[in-house]
Design a binder for this molecule. Structure first.
Ligand code: DCP
Ligand code: MG
Ligand code: MN
Length: 343
């Protein structure tokens, strides 16, 4: 939840509190980003706890935060800055690590290794050293510049239409196609295009996705494939297949774009659509909520579970949900339209 706007009724104190709160949230969020680059633990739920209150003052301090978090808070109140954040932001190594991990498939461990062992200081340098990278990383480094430019919706529409045409050519009137992800949440521009395919009649997917992929390659639309470590042998009861790759529309000025295609069996498309619509944070909080009610929510269903220690056992069949709204209903939540699922 965003801090509430001050409506003026609570006087000047609340206005100052609101502004301070926003600045504090901003600094904790930046801190979280840097901690990620440093691979240190983020104080548990620090940002979340700040977000929950309109006035972060004393109440929050007494609220059982860790001492380290309280110290940062006091630091902020005294100086307007969390000095730990200033230090991290001035750390030359961490700022390189952050730039490197902005590339998909490059995580912290790889980034630190590239920095320490190979002296890499930028993504451009990395592009000249493909021998240091695996295949997915090479592709993402090569197109890093293009991938960091967002895809306007109109171009997203053309990409979707290209895939739809290929699917119809190969399998006329067989699949329903949904563009999920940030596109479905109504964002004006998206990081990639996320397409889900459902057979109109129940069927377990076979090699249809491979044929669709080959078709899109032969027309020159797909330029590169990324390999997914999850899609191979025995992947989750064979109820879905995924493809991740790179596409480019015809025309001299068009950019290389990331594209994900998922093919599901039809039963219960609502769960897959809900999952791939996101956002990631929204999914996390909805899963956590389901978990608290003793259920496990995934792209395949909503299943009652019992936990013994760290073990999770399904103790019943998935709830039947034909629409996304059914899933919200089953959890006792108010329905939220895709555009309201940012957080
Ligand atoms: N997703 C998730 N958890 C992950 C990865 C993905 O829940 N670790 C779900 C939620 C995402 C959706 O899949 O919204 C699509 O993933 P993307 O990475 O494509 O994210 P978005 O489409 O939301 O944003 P972007 O515009 O960056 O593509
Ligand atoms: Mg996306
Ligand atoms: Mn995606």
């Amino acid at each position: 939840k965003k801090p509430k706007q001050d409506d003026g009724s609570a006087g000047a104190g609340a206005a100052v509190g609101g502004r301070l709160n926003a600045a504090l949230i901003d600094q904790f969020e930046r801190l979280e980003k840097w901690y990620e680059a440093e691979r240190t633990e983020v104080p548990p739920n620090a940002t979340h706890s700040v977000r929950r209150r309109d006035r972060p003052e004393l109440k929050w301090l007494q609220d059982g935060r860790s001492k380290k978090t309280r110290d940062k808070f006091v630091d902020f109140i005294r100086s307007g800055q969390i000095s730990r954040l200033t230090n991290l932001e001035n750390d030359p190594k961490l700022s390189v690590v952050q730039k490197l991990t902005a590339v998909d498939w490059i995580g912290n461990v790889t980034a630190h290794h590239l920095y320490n062992v190979h002296g890499i200081r930028s993504v451009e340098e990395l592009a000249r050293r493909p021998e240091l990278l695996n295949l997915n990383q090479r592709i993402c480094v090569k197109y890093h510049n293009e991938f960091s430019q967002k895809i306007p919706r109109a171009e997203g529409d053309q990409i979707v239409a290209t895939v739809r045409d290929a699917v119809e050519r190969l399998y006329p009137n067989t699949y329903d196609l949904t563009c999920a992800g940030s596109y479905r949440r109504g964002k004006p521009a998206c990081g990639d295009v996320d397409i889900i395919l459902f057979p109109k009649d129940d069927s377990l997917p076979g090699d249809e996705l491979t044929r669709i992929k080959n078709e899109l390659h032969s027309s020159g639309f797909l330029t590169d494939d990324l390999t997914d470590r999850h899609t191979h042998k025995g992947a989750r009861k064979h109820t879905s297949r995924s493809y991740m790759g790179v596409c480019r529309l015809p025309g001299p000025d068009s950019l290389h774009r990331r594209i994900d295609i998922k093919l599901y069996e039809r039963r219960e498309p609502a769960f897959a659509i809900l999952y791939f619509t996101g956002s990631k944070h929204f999914n996390m909080s909805m899963r956590l909520y389901a978990h608290k009610l003793g259920h496990s929510l995934s792209d395949h269903g909503l299943v009652p579970v019992s936990r013994v220690g760290r073990e999770k056992h399904e103790v019943g069949p998935s709830k039947v949900c034909l629409t996304e709204k059914d899933i919200f209903d089953k959890l006792g939540l108010d329905y939220r339209a895709p555009k309201d699922r940012e957080v």
